[in-house]
Design a protein. Structure first.
Length: 487
């Protein structure tokens, strides 16, 4: 890893626009400064509540598992609500002439609320707080994770040539030249419209592997052309991937009624490690990496053409070992990555970890009995490094409710950060999520901070008053000089 992390703020927080709209720019910044925050990331949109079932749910449902997750801070008087968004700016549509994807048009909400971002930049500059803009890497129009206008030609496909409508994310195919052209154009417009922004965070410049079906993307037409450019036969690759999936599914199903240990052993014997090593999936994963690099290269080149100071470009990704599955080229040997991104944010979003293990178990064994699914879930949590060894009770591995500790390993969290920092050729940032009980959040924050990496907290909407006090007191305790005993 490059040793140039000293210019990165030690603590940052992701604050979505709705909080500046609802609570006001200065009050939000007051709270963040009390925590010692030196940077924030936000997005170029405005939000308003709407009728139930319209727009999108806030907070996101995370593939329905996250419906147990209300906000800590009330938003427009509610902790769960439905919202609509509009861009914070009136886009210059001429920039997008001839592109398949177009930015969202302004509406009355843009005109009445869109000035919040300029006010934020004024206030943050006065306080010495850096501001980054977060945009979706492959989900046009790119403002927010729940909204995507990807057309059928750009939808990710599995080896059987079909989409996966029940997936958690909404990323389009990263191999699509249309997706790449849009996000590169969007970054340039945002850099020129908001010149005081320090840089940009690309969220999910990868294929998010929330479940097994998503992990086996992408056989979109554009992705198949990427395989062919490497002299790889897409049809043969799809056949190999399908056969591998059949083998591991059969192995898991046979062992599932017995125990988690039996499932783990059966999966390893069925070439489970092809997910991380050479084997029948290597051509697919190499193709994903090339598509990700092409997207990053286009974004960096576009930003380098903007006049003024250089804008940072950061990638926010899944932690190891998922970076291999997702296609993000984390490894230090990846040609050119060091020249493309300034930092990599590794998401320790630990409420997702048991959900991921359970979703993969569902894809492996289908509608098996609960005990069998629990055994597969526990085995996967161990294989993915979510737990500190095999969990005795696989039923406990579920999306945690607000009062529950996240059912993940403490050693496992630290190990993922060490692995990312050792592999990456650029600085790594630890991203910790603030959903959950105060003590658990603070423990996870301490684990992230103990890594020696800069830490970002996601998201402000989960930093309620009790957590705000805990973070502020933590900062104050670290600032106190040590007291020597009297002679």
């Amino acid at each position: 890893m490059r040793a140039d992390t000293q210019h990165l703020p030690a603590l940052g927080v992701t604050v979505m626009p709705e909080w500046f709209q609802h609570e006001g720019v200065e009050p939000v910044l007051d709270r963040l400064q009390a925590m010692g925050v030196g940077a924030i990331a936000t997005s170029p949109y405005v939000m308003a509540p709407c009728g139930e079932g319209e727009g999108a749910r806030e907070p996101p449902a995370d593939g329905e598992a996250g419906k147990v997750r209300p906000l800590d801070r009330p938003l427009w008087g509610r902790r769960e609500l439905w919202v609509r968004t509009a861009p914070s700016l009136v886009h210059e549509t001429r920039r997008y002439a001839g592109l398949r994807y177009q930015p969202s048009p302004p509406d009355p909400l843009t005109m009445s609320e869109g000035g919040w971002l300029d006010r934020l930049l004024d206030a943050a500059q006065a306080r010495g707080i850096a501001v980054l803009l977060q945009v979706m890497a492959a989900s046009p129009p790119g403002y927010r994770v729940q909204f995507s206008n990807a057309v059928a030609d750009d939808v990710c496909l599995g080896p059987e040539g079909r989409p996966h409508p029940a997936r958690v994310d909404r990323n389009a195919s990263l191999a699509s030249e249309h997706v790449v052209a849009y996000v590169a154009t969007l970054l340039v417009e945002l850099a020129e419209r908001y010149p005081r922004v320090a840089g940009f965070r690309l969220d999910w410049p990868e294929y998010p592997p929330y479940d097994l079906r998503s992990a086996l993307f992408d056989f979109n037409t554009a992705a198949c052309r990427e395989l062919e450019r490497a002299d790889v036969d897409p049809e043969a690759t799809a056949h190999a991937v399908t056969a591998w999936r059949g083998d591991v599914s059969a192995a898991a199903a046979a062992a599932a009624p017995t125990s988690a240990q039996a499932v783990r052993a059966a999966l390893v014997n069925a070439d489970w490690n092809a997910l991380f090593e050479a084997g029948p999936l290597q051509d697919l994963f190499a193709s994903k990496r090339r598509s990700v690099l092409r997207l990053l290269r286009a974004c960096r080149h576009a930003l380098d053409g903007v006049s003024g100071s250089r804008r940072r470009l950061e990638a926010q990704i899944f932690p190891p070992p998922f970076s291999r599955i997702s296609g993000f080229p984390l490894e230090a040997g990846t040609a050119g990555l060091v020249d493309l991104v300034d930092a990599i944010g590794v998401k320790l979003y630990t409420m997702h970890w048991p959900m991921i293990a359970r979703y993969w178990a569902r894809d492996l064994v289908g509608a098996a009995e609960d005990r069998a699914v629990d055994n597969v879930t526990a085995a996967l949590a161990d294989l993915f490094g979510f737990s500190d060894g095999l969990v005795a009770d696989g039923a406990s591995l579920r999306y945690p409710e607000p009062h529950q500790r996240h059912p993940v390993g403490t050693t496992a969290q630290a190990a993922k950060l060490r692995a990312a920092a050792a592999a990456a050729p650029v600085p790594v940032i630890a991203f910790a999520h603030t959903y959950g009980p105060v003590e658990d959040v603070m423990q996870r924050y301490t684990i992230a901070g103990s890594s020696g990496l800069p830490v970002w907290l996601n998201r402000y909407g989960y930093i309620g008053e009790a957590k705000l006090r805990a973070f502020t007191e933590h900062r104050a305790s670290r600032a106190k000089p040590s007291v020597r005993a009297a002679d």
